[in-house]
Write a new protein. Structure first.
Length: 264
């Protein structure tokens, strides 16, 4: 019950990256004291009970993974993104490195938290953003999606069509001296320590071909261009062992090498 309350209040009134001040402000004095006492997060008994409920009902959660942040991530995993965060949808759809943690969790199958229905909604919004899907078809596809409330649909569709960030990103972020081929670096410890990178979903302006090969050390990844950008053909992420002090990264088309970078 407490998780449901937190999820509804956070979705309506919180912002990405902040939770407990919003929850506390929604409680009266006696309830706030009973649930929080004098500490910043709910009391241990509330946390333990919520964790038990998540495990019993098989709700998505990260209890036991991220310390104090597990509370906030677990709450946000129940709804994805806040109503106030909808205004950032156009930025999130263009650049993966800007995704809120919960959105990334719900899209990434490697974390064990992926939601197929959330991923379907996200794909529809991306197609709408890149004009490969019209507004009527997008509305039809999202009508019964459990992640998008009816009252939020119009605003979400409107913001998804915005080109504010895409135009800014094209003007400022895709120049040769600022472009990042690999983004969203994350350290993983299982099965062996390694760094994960995602391919920047937006190709640089100097890459106009249809197919490319990315070489990172001894490994090779094929990349294909599409109307939505480009992506790896057979993988979601590029993995580089932590033991590798320097890895040369080379992107090439069928004709020539396009860039040569080092990841440390």
């Amino acid at each position: 019950m407490f998780l449901l309350f937190c999820s509804e209040v956070a979705r309506e009134d919180a912002i990405e990256g902040e939770l407990w001040p919003t929850i506390k402000s929604a409680l009266n004095g006696p309830l706030r004291q009973a649930l929080f006492g004098q500490i910043a997060v709910p009391k241990i008994i509330i946390r333990d009970g919520t964790e038990d409920v998540c495990r019993m009902l098989r709700l998505r959660h990260v209890f036991g993974r991220d310390g104090e942040q597990s509370w906030m991530r677990t709450v946000f995993l129940q709804f994805g993104f806040t109503r106030r965060g909808i205004k950032n949808i156009d930025r999130w759809l263009v650049a993966r490195e800007h995704l809120p943690v919960a959105v990334g969790d719900l899209l990434d199958s490697s974390r064990g938290l992926k939601s197929d229905s959330f991923a379907s909604m996200w794909q529809t919004l991306q197609e709408l953003h890149w004009h490969t899907l019209d507004i009527d078809r997008a509305t039809e596809k999202l009508t019964h999606n459990p992640w998008l409330r009816v009252e939020d649909q119009a605003l979400t569709l409107s913001e998804a069509q915005s080109s504010r960030f895409r135009e800014s990103h094209d003007d400022e972020g895709l120049s040769a001296d600022r472009y990042h081929l690999l983004v969203d670096k994350r350290l993983r410890l299982i099965p062996e320590p390694h760094f994960e990178f995602h391919l920047n979903p937006i190709p640089p302006t100097w890459c106009e071909g249809e197919r490319y090969t990315l070489e990172a050390g001894p490994e090779r990844w094929s990349i294909s261009r599409s109307d939505n950008g480009w992506e790896f053909d057979h993988a979601q992420v590029l993995c580089i062992p932590l033991a590798a002090t320097t890895t040369e990264v080379d992107l090439s088309s069928a004709d020539k090498a396009l860039c040569d970078r080092s990841c440390c």
